[in-house]
Design a protein around this ligand. Structure first.
Ligand SMILES: O=C(O)CCC(=O)C(=O)O
Length: 211
């Protein structure tokens, strides 16, 4: 499947300047975002995972699917995700994001936020299997939602970005080591959003955490 990306030269948004934050936002990166959103909503075998909080099982507030090369097993919040095989669509999106980020990816976490109550809590994508200074390419489709970043040591001001339909956010360097991020809940009525975070598994699995 051919993946159309914007043919104009993409001007990254001026990235917020903050120590150790190495991010780039390519606005409107994906030219055929509407078709991909519809396709992903229909084709993905969505599942709602659970986490244990104070000994109690709780559903996580979003739906997910994990795709990747054979063996790209990912473990976080005590859950081990076995990869589904790449679809033609996801392989096309992976290759476009890899070209833009300048690095290959072998797996993707697909998140579906059904409404403003679905969210992802503060975490870093710093699981050991992602290796040192991982590069993560995060593609947003659907409703605009606020993505927040804060330094782990709280020594600098947090940063907020509104990620829109078709935007690509690339995080590099020490971003995962020094910063955390979340997708905030909102009381505003918002439509569905799908987010794809492309990653590369470089080492053996271990446990990290997020709610
Ligand atoms: O949906 C988003 O923009 C963030 C997703 C995220 O943080 C993750 O999958 O690790």
């Amino acid at each position: 499947m051919r993946t159309e990306v914007a043919d104009r030269r993409l001007i990254p948004d001026p990235a917020p300047m903050a120590p150790g934050l190495d991010i780039e936002v390519l606005r409107g990166f994906l030219a055929d975002a509407d078709a991909h959103l519809g396709g992903l909503l229909d084709e993905t075998p969505w599942a709602q995972g659970e986490i244990i909080v104070y000994g109690e099982r709780r559903p996580i507030p979003r739906l997910e699917a994990w795709y990747g090369d054979p063996g790209s097993v990912y473990t976080y919040s005590g859950r081990t995700m076995e990869p589904l095989p790449w679809t033609e669509r996801l392989a096309g999106l992976r290759d476009s994001c890899a070209r833009a980020a300048g690095t290959p990816f072998d797996s993707v976490l697909v998140n579906r936020y059904r409404n403003g109550a679905d969210a992802v809590g503060w975490h870093s994508d710093d699981e050991p299997e992602l290796g040192h200074r991982p590069i993560i390419a995060s593609m947003s489709l659907g409703a605009t939602r606020r993505f927040r970043l804060r330094r782990r040591d709280r020594r600098y001001d947090p940063v907020a970005l509104d990620l829109e339909h078709g935007d690509l956010l690339v995080m590099r360097g020490q971003t995962q080591g020094l910063w955390e991020h979340c997708l905030a809940r909102t009381a505003r009525p918002v439509g569905e959003r799908v987010n794809l975070t492309f990653r590369r598994i470089v080492g053996p699995a271990a446990s990290g955490g997020r709610d």
